[in-house]
Design a protein around this ligand. Structure first.
Ligand SMILES: [Zn+2]
Length: 153
C-alpha cells in the first residue's frame, strides 16, 4: 500500500488534481481505494471550558440549520492555556471511498469535483465542515474554529 499527500481543498478535488497532473483516469480509478482530507481545529482548553448557549437565531444567521438553541462550549482562558481558551488541536476529516460507482464516474472521464462530491455525499461521505460541526456540538472546539478552517466550504 502506498500513502501519499496532495494539497487540495477537499477529498473529491484530489481526483481532479491527479487527472490534471496527467494521470490516466483508468489508473486513478483502479489504484486508489480512498482519499482523506484533513484540517486541524484548535481544541477547547479542558481546564477552563465553560458552557454557553447559541440561540437558534444566531445559528441561523451564521447559516446553520438547527432547531432550537445550541448548548456549546468555549474556553474562558486560564494559566494552562495562556489565556487563549485553547489547548492542543484536533483533526477534522472527510473520507472519500472510491466505490464501484465512483470508479465508473471517473472512468467515464468525469473528474468534475462537484459531481464527485455529490456522488460521495449520496454514498454517505460527511464533509470537513460537518465533521468540524460535530466536534463543536461535542464541546471540543468552537464555532470560530469551524468557520476559520471550513469557512470557504
Ligand atoms: Zn484554559
Amino acid at each position: 500500500m502506498v500513502l501519499s499527500t496532495i494539497h487540495t481543498n477537499d477529498a473529491p478535488s484530489a481526483v481532479t488534481r491527479m487527472v490534471e497532473l496527467g494521470l490516466e483516469p483508468f489508473l486513478v480509478s483502479s489504484t486508489i481505494i480512498g482519499i482523506m482530507a484533513q484540517r486541524l481545529v484548535r481544541r477547547i482548553c479542558p481546564y477552563c471550558s465553560d458552557d454557553y448557549v447559541m440561540t437558534e437565531k444566531m445559528a441561523l444567521d451564521l447559516g446553520f440549520i438547527t432547531q432550537g438553541d445550541l448548548n456549546l462550549k468555549y474556553g474562558r482562558g486560564c494559566e494552562e492555556c495562556r489565556n487563549t481558551g485553547y489547548l492542543g488541536r484536533l483533526a477534522t476529516v472527510e473520507v472519500l471511498a472510491i466505490s464501484p460507482t465512483m470508479k465508473t464516474l471517473i472512468l467515464e472521464g468525469n473528474q468534475n469535483a462537484i459531481d464527485l462530491k455529490n456522488l460521495a455525499r449520496a454514498e454517505g461521505m460527511t464533509t470537513l465542515r460537518e465533521n468540524a460541526l460535530d466536534l463543536m456540538l461535542a464541546g471540543k472546539t468552537t464555532i470560530e474554529e469551524v468557520l476559520r478552517v471550513t469557512g470557504a466550504d
